[in-house]
Design a protein around this ligand. Structure first.
Ligand code: SF4
Length: 125
């Protein structure tokens, strides 16, 4: 089990290992369990986050052709050091897996499509 990773916090809650939690007086209570889909595979070897898979904490899928907006063509090394990326947000509302601009697929695959890095799990409604 990995140590807890805090992504962000707000007055209403924090994200721990991809799960939103809310604060309660005297302790932390899980009130909203929202697991983010894993980026199961990413074959875009030219991306600064790809080291044997996507090592970004979370990615954003964009509107046009399901492009990965997190993709960056650079020799710089980015990421968390482990290929455990999640889908943080998706703008592709016309996908069957998309509800309120969040992905609800079990996991996704990223690779070359119309762009160098696209969500290959996209499925039109
Ligand atoms: S599967 Fe659909 S909803 Fe999920 S990231 Fe890909 S395009 Fe977005």
């Amino acid at each position: 089990m990995n140590p807890l990773k805090y992504l962000c916090s707000t007055p209403r809650g924090i994200m721990v290992n991809g799960l939103w939690s809310t604060w309660r007086k005297g302790g932390l209570t899980m009130t909203q369990m929202m697991a983010m889909p894993r980026v199961q595979t990413c074959t875009v070897s030219g991306c600064g986050y790809n080291h044997d898979g996507c090592t970004a904490f979370a990615i954003t899928i964009g509107r046009a052709s399901s492009a990965c907006d997190t993709f960056i063509d650079t020799a710089d090394k980015g990421g968390m050091g482990q290929a455990e990326a999640q889908v943080g947000a998706c703008k592709r509302a016309e996908c069957v897996h998309n509800t309120e601009l969040e992905c609800h697929a079990p996991s996704i695959a990223v690779g070359a499509g119309l762009d160098r890095a696209d969500c290959l799990t996209f499925e039109a409604r």
